[in-house]
Design a binder for this molecule. Structure first.
Ligand code: FAD
Length: 478
């Protein structure tokens, strides 16, 4: 009966365009109840971290405003999603529930149960492909197994038909006669108050669908042409910074893909490289789908015997950007201030924690989970294991990023380090990457007092490198 509502359950698809669940709900002729459920209770899920909660608040505000322009609105519920959906169905007499998929293991399991329960009650329950170019189970190797290596995965993915054209936002979204009750967004306390540490996030980002599209367009204007080279230089404006928008589904991969196809036809440089990075995201989803304990367990079991150190002071120095290694500290401070860290620096900072300090990659994974606005289970887990050497297609363990040389190679003029470690700003470009080698006179004239205005190194690079390789040898020999 068309007057019985349909529920459109928003999750990580906080947009109106290219939203299959919303399009189908709107097209059904039923009144549409749009709902977001803050579910912190599903067993096994990774509860959203602080920076993600800030983003979520802002993104829900934007989505509600966009729905209100269409005379609809967003209903907010909190608690276990299975109960919240069941309650909403009972309260509204809804006969259909639609959603777009997410692929984190606990949520997939939960959604399967919800779908089965709705169907048992003879209700329509339909899910649609989520925010990937292709479902994570589609690709299989010649031996009918999952891919473990990126290059053949990428090749196979590019050989598939391209993802379908993105859908336009629905013109009209039916409105129910009576609205069910909704929580107040402010009551969810997603924004930090005491202290309010989100000033840097507010300066840096515009969450929501319009913000995502504006970011994408700015990247095409300013960054894409030189992306292939510039993407490695954290002071350059060549990366897209789309990761949080993609994570929350404010822009879809199908939208990116369609635009990339068009730009490629126009001969725009670097499109292939950018697409490759987006395929890394597909690969992480593929890995997590096939190896659901990737966020918790070493993919290579030999790492279970790795002699990790319990070193809380080292972990704290790393988290605060006080290791005495300027590039690492710049990255960790960028993360704290903006909720983002440039990819090159993520690799260096992660490698430093794991290899220079011998702290378990899971401590880094947890910190990133809490502080990144783009915290994303597949990408975060796969990337940490990649750096540790314990993952599929991982960097070999003996590849130990040299934080000094990485700074010299990728931030030669020091624009990035000077921005985030201003107490070193007056040093020469050379000394900026290794202030401990600067002369007394230079340190003095730059106002730097090691151990006072900027920390001494917490570990010596050459010694730490040797120690890490010895530890690795131990597990390699078994
Ligand atoms: P761009 O270079 O503009 O790339 C475009 C998009 O491609 C990104 O938005 C992202 O969705 C995808 N992408 C790019 N690089 C990678 C990659 N190496 N792996 C997977 N997808 C990629 N990314 C997250 O989205 N969430 C995380 O929690 C996360 N944790 C990470 C932890 C570590 C230790 C490391 C080394 C990397 C992590 N990454 C994570 C991957 C990568 O650093 C970010 O996706 C990227 O820096 C986001 O910036 P961007 O949007 O400007 O990227």
């Amino acid at each position: 009966m068309p007057d019985h509502p349909a529920i459109c359950w928003f999750r990580r698809d906080l947009r109106l365009a290219d939203n299959a669940a919303l399009t189908i709900a709107a097209g059904s002729g039923r009144p549409v109840i749009c709902v977001y459920i803050l579910d912190d209770e599903t067993p096994g899920e990774w509860r959203m971290g602080g920076a993600s909660r800030w983003w979520l608040h802002k993104s829900l505000e934007a989505l509600d405003a966009d729905l209100r322009k269409r005379h609809n609105r967003l209903i907010l519920r909190r608690g276990r999603a299975d109960k919240a959906i069941s309650d909403l169905v009972a309260e509204t007499g809804a006969e259909a529930v639609f959603w777009n998929r997410i692929y984190d293991p606990a949520e997939m399991e939960r959604d399967r149960r919800i779908k089965a329960a709705l169907k048992d009650r003879s209700l329509q329950a339909e899910s649609f492909p989520g925010n990937l170019a292709h479902e994570p189970w589609v690709l299989r190797t010649g031996n009918d197994g999952p891919y473990r290596v990126f290059s053949p995965f990428r090749k196979a993915l590019l050989a598939l038909d391209p993802p379908g054209a993105p859908l336009r936002p629905p013109k009209g979204v039916g409105v129910p006669e009576n609205w069910p009750e909704s929580d107040e967004l402010d009551d969810w306390n997603l924004l930090p108050v005491k202290p309010d540490w989100a000033g840097g996030l507010r300066e840096s980002w515009t969450p929501g669908e319009a913000g995502a599209m504006a970011r994408f367009e700015a990247f095409i204007e300013e960054g894409l042409d030189d992306y292939a080279k510039g993407r490695d230089h954290p002071a350059k404006p060549n990366v897209s910074r789309l990761s949080p928008h993609l994570h929350f589904g404010e822009i879809s991969v199908r939208q990116l893909w369609a635009k990339m196809d068009w730009l490629e036809d126009q001969g725009t440089a670097s499109v292939g490289k950018f697409r490759s990075e987006v395929i890394w995201r597909e690969f992480s989803h593929h890995l997590l789908f096939h190896y659901p304990d990737l966020p918790e367990r070493n993919w290579r079991e030999q790492f279970n015997d790795f002699p990790w150190r319990d070193y809380p002071e080292g972990l704290k120095a790393w988290q605060r950007g006080m290791t005495g290694y300027p590039l690492v500290d710049a990255g960790m401070r960028e993360l704290w201030h903006t909720g983002y860290m440039h990819n090159r620096v993520r690799m260096v900072a992660a490698s430093f924690l794991i290899k220079h300090l011998l702290i378990h990659w899971k401590r880094g994974e947890e910190w990133f989970w809490d502080t990144l606005v783009d915290a994303d289970l597949p990408n975060n887990a796969a990337s940490w294991q990649w750096v540790a050497g314990s993952g599929a297609d991982a960097a070999p363990y003996f590849r130990i990023f040299n934080p000094i040389k990485q700074g010299q190679d990728y931030d030669a003029k020091g624009g990035y380090i000077r921005r985030w470690v201003p107490e070193l700003a007056e040093l020469s470009d050379r000394s900026l990457h290794e202030p401990w080698n600067a002369s007394e006179a230079e340190l003095e004239s730059a106002g730097v007092r090691l151990g006072e205005t900027y920390p001494e190194r917490i570990v010596d690079h050459a010694g730490a490198r040797k120690r890490a390789l010895t530890a690795y040898e131990e597990i390699r020999r078994g």
